[in-house]
Design a protein around this ligand. Structure first.
Ligand SMILES: O=C(O)COc1ccc(-c2c[nH]c(CNC(=O)Nc3ncc(Sc4ccccn4)s3)n2)cc1
Length: 314
């Protein structure tokens, strides 16, 4: 079954469940435009998640999902809210949904984990998940080490459930490439940061659209949690401390509150502007509707052209 049929969406595009960012009005706008809006529950209390689910219900009658960031320590409470509020699609990241699969499946919830490797993709398929998002290291935020171009076809070959490609996708070319590599859909994060409906501070959006292809870097490998973000003075200091083998507490102190500082206060110099390598190609702020329709018009045109293309020498 196609991912659009499984989820009841028009376009096979997921909006990344970015912590603190993937909330109203972004989520409703994505679902109303025909994609899958996803509430980013990372760092939320149960009450805050319920509030965001109810705002999403008010803003769209189309399907939307909740992303569970599995590093958090209140996942059972968040799942309770998801069940009570009747949300039927859950994506997960940064860990394994194994402990929660029984509850999620008993309640008829579609489970779609994001994975950074073939090994974890196979583990997830064995758990009985419904589809998989294979996310390359190009993505923003918490990432693995394998590029989308290498990871996606290997995950597609390794599992029998639908695969969605993520990491470095921001226009029709990226969508067409993901489908050529065997994906049935795409997940997009960074490009949604440059939308009118994205609720971040304007400085955050400006940092994304003024960045170029070499503006991001990965920090936190020494802590076991690699995170891609746009380089700034906090990141430079973080890398210096990591290279000097500073104690974990010192690194964590530096990054504490940095996501909120950038997202809400617009402090893009000492805050954490998580974004992917494709930010160099994200140069204007549009509405979600414009972004999604343009992306899929482009992708359709490219795939039709490719259909006639002969790759064998004339
Ligand atoms: O052990 C297992 O079975 C599963 O292991 C896994 C290991 C990693 C992953 C993984 C990698 N990437 C993703 C999905 N992407 C993400 O989760 N991206 C994120 N970005 C920001 C986030 S919130 C945050 C805030 C501050 C510092 C760190 N993170 S979460 N999941 C998934 C599963």
């Amino acid at each position: 079954m196609s991912i659009t049929k499984l989820l009841g969406i028009k376009y096979p595009i997921f909006q990344g469940g970015m912590a603190q960012i993937a909330v109203s009005p972004l989520v409703g706008a994505v679902s109303n435009a025909g994609g899958l809006g996803i509430i980013g529950s990372g760092g939320f209390s149960a009450d805050r998640l319920r509030d965001e689910i109810r705002k999403a219900k008010e803003s769209t009658n189309k399907p939307f999902a909740v992303n569970l960031m599995l590093m958090m320590d209140n996942i059972p409470e968040l799942i309770q809210v998801i069940v009570e509020e009747g949300v039927k699609i859950v994506t997960t990241g940064a860990g394994t949904p194994a402990p929660y699969m029984k509850t999620l499946k008993e309640n008829g919830i579609i489970v779609i984990p994001v994975v950074p490797s073939v090994k974890i993709a196979k583990k997830m398929e064995a758990l009985g998940v419904d589809a998989i998002v294979a996310e390359g290291t190009e993505a923003g935020g918490h990432v693995g080490e394998t590029t989308t171009m290498a990871l996606l076809p290997q995950v597609v070959s390794a599992v029998s459930i639908p695969v969605i490609g993520a990491g470095g996708i921001a226009d029709g070319r990226g969508v067409a490439a993901a489908f050529a590599l065997g994906a049935q859909g795409v997940q997009v994060g960074t490009r949604f940061l440059a939308t009118v409906e994205c609720p971040t501070h304007e400085n955050f959006k400006q940092a994304v659209i003024t960045a170029d292809d070499t503006s991001t870097t990965v920090t936190g490998r020494s802590l076991g949690g690699p995170v891609r973000s746009i380089k700034n003075s906090m990141i430079a200091e973080f890398l210096r401390l990591e290279n000097e083998k500073a104690p974990r507490e010192e690194l964590e102190k530096l990054s504490l509150g940095s996501l909120r500082r950038a997202v809400f206060e617009g402090d893009t110099d000492t805050g954490s502007v998580m974004a992917g390598q494709i930010c160099g190609m994200v140069n204007e702020i549009t509405t979600v509707e414009e972004m999604i329709t343009t992306m899929f018009e482009e992708a359709q045109e490219i795939l039709e052209k490719l259909g006639k293309l002969s790759v064998v020498g004339a």
